[in-house]
Design a protein around this ligand. Structure first.
Ligand code: NAD
Length: 481
């Protein structure tokens, strides 16, 4: 086989890139360059969209296949991805700093579970439904694939966020042009290999490694029918504006600043809630959109909550993402670390108190590390409580009673995730239902592939996962008879 890092995967085959530019992701644990790959230029984006268009429009092609036949291909694709799990894990962790133990759970097992879930859904979903007409006659309601999908993903969960789009799009009968982010692009080449090995028909999945420029060209491309984006809120707004002008359907999964409400009955013991609390607040070094980064503590137990969160933050081993012992790896880039350090300085300047962390760890001079940091005495209107930091930084805020906790939780421009921590799950669920957010957990948090995931307010538009996630890739036709 041709060396995959010299070619692009377009139209079901490896083709020579149109330009000379290369992308060289840097290992954030060491600051050292990793392998280099071609960067897709506009001409490559055009070729990718052309291949996806051709595959979608071909009579008797993918879009017109029986859904069960598409499901078989998706299952083979999942098996080929599973067979490459180690290569994917290593690629992800060495590019974005995700601890390899986290990558093993969230960047390999989870994406193939999503792919298999949508393969099952393709088999069971009703793509044609006949209804009695209200005014007589019958109506055939057909759910048709929307067409060529532009899928754009960030670097923090390159595999899972790609599969949130690729899997429902494939199940629906769409064809896809996937643009990974330049910081985490090597794993996408492994995905291309898996797609080819699985016999995914030519043009159904095309991959264009590139930056913002390629993304801008793709979003507005006349051959694209729908855009699915995960990334920052500013980029999401820009993409939403373009799609609005073009009347192009778009789903946007954007930033977050979720609340973790600790109720007054919670058992504040690391052995009871430590593991789940760490998972819900620090996963992937704080570089996760749905984390509960604002911890809301009852004033009566404020000191205890601060003590627990501080102790948990201090207990997390910081180190190279590929080291099995690491629970907090580096930030993705020097620029991202500067951003996070800027927020830490801002928090201090605004009067919040650092109880642990607040700087770089000793002895890790090569990569872009920041110590897990906890701010106490944080005001809900302050910058660190309102803006997404995207690093291992938590704020602990005090509340008076449950109404006050709900008010503070909702005092945010975002609404993506959240958690409630309590000894009484029923009470926790009642509080959770009052939070303005797309998803929320009681004593744990993990998006479920079978249930819609997405944001209220500035956290996004539309939903991924669940049957709702497939709706975004379908459009209906009513046939009156
Ligand atoms: P980003 O918005 O800078 O980039 C995301 C992707 O979009 C990249 O592939 C980038 O090349 C591309 N891009 C950027 N601007 C574009 C434009 N104008 N047109 C087309 N493409 C464009 O985000 P990032 O820094 O890579 O990722 C971090 C952000 O992603 C955080 O805000 C995080 O909360 C968010 N995120 C959200 C979710 C979710 O499901 N809601 C999940 C993970 C990450």
């Amino acid at each position: 086989m041709k060396h995959r890092h010299e070619y692009l995967y377009l139209g079901g085959t490896w083709v020579r890139p149109a330009g000379e530019r290369r992308i060289t992701p840097i290992n954030p644990s060491t600051g050292q360059p990793l392998a280099s790959v071609p960067e897709a230029v506009e001409e490559d984006v055009d070729r990718a969209v052309g291949a996806a268009r051709e595959a979608f429009d071909a009579p008797g092609g993918w879009a017109s296949w029986e859904p069960a036949r598409r499901a078989e291909v998706m299952e083979r694709f999942a098996a080929e991805l599973d067979a490459r799990a180690d290569a994917i894990c290593t690629a992800v962790s060495s590019q974005n700093g995700m601890p390899v133990t986290v990558a093993r759970q969230l960047e390999v097992g989870y994406p193939t579970a999503v792919l298999r879930y949508y393969a099952d859904l393709a088999r069971t979903a009703e793509f044609t439904e006949t209804r009695a007409g209200v005014l007589g006659g019958t109506v055939e309601v057909r759910r048709l694939p929307v067409g060529v999908v532009a899928a754009i993903v960030p670097w923090n969960y390159p595999q899972v966020l790609s599969m949130f789009k690729v899997a429902p799009a494939m199940a629906a009968g769409c064809t896809i042009v996937l643009k990974p982010s330049p910081e985490a692009v090597l794993d996408a080449f492994v995905v291309a290999e898996a797609a080819q090995a699985a016999g995914v028909p030519a043009g159904v999945l095309n991959i264009i490694p590139g930056g913002r420029e390629a993304g801008v060209h793709l979003v507005a491309h006349p051959g694209v029918d729908k855009v699915a984006f995960t990334g920052s809120t500013p980029a999401g707004r820009a993409i939403g504006e373009v799609c609005g002008r073009l009347l192009r359907p778009v789903t946007l999964e954007l930033g977050g600043k979720s609340a973790g409400i600790v109720l007054d009955d919670a058992v504040l013991d690391p052995a009871t809630i430590g593991e789940e609390l760490v998972r819900a607040t620090f996963t992937n070094n704080g570089q996760t959109c749905f984390l509960s980064t604002r911890i809301l503590a009852p004033r009566s137990r404020y000191a205890q909550v601060v003590e627990l969160v501080t102790a948990l933050a201090e207990s997390l081993p910081v180190g190279d993402a590929l080291d099995e012992r690491t629970l907090i790896g580096p930030l993705v880039s020097a620029q991202q670390r500067e951003r996070v350090e800027g927020y830490i300085a801002k928090g201090r300047a605004e009067g919040a108190r650092v109880t642990t962390g607040g700087g770089r760890p000793a002895g890790l001079d090569q990569g872009w590390f920041v110590r897990p940091t906890v701010f106490a005495d944080v005001d809900s209107r302050s910058t660190v409580a309102q803006e997404e930091i995207f690093g291992p930084v938590l704020c602990v805020l005090a509340y008076d009673d449950t109404d006050d906790a709900v008010r503070i939780a909702n005092d945010s421009g975002f609404g993506l995730g959240g958690t409630v921590w309590t000894a009484d799950p029923e009470r926790g669920a009642a509080v959770a239902r009052r939070v303005q957010t797309g998803t929320i957990g009681v004593n744990r948090y993990l998006p479920d592939p079978g249930a819609p995931f997405g944001g209220f307010k500035a956290s996004g538009l539309g939903r991924e996962l669940g049957p709702e996630g497939m709706q975004a890739y379908l459009q209906t036709q009513s046939l009156y008879r």
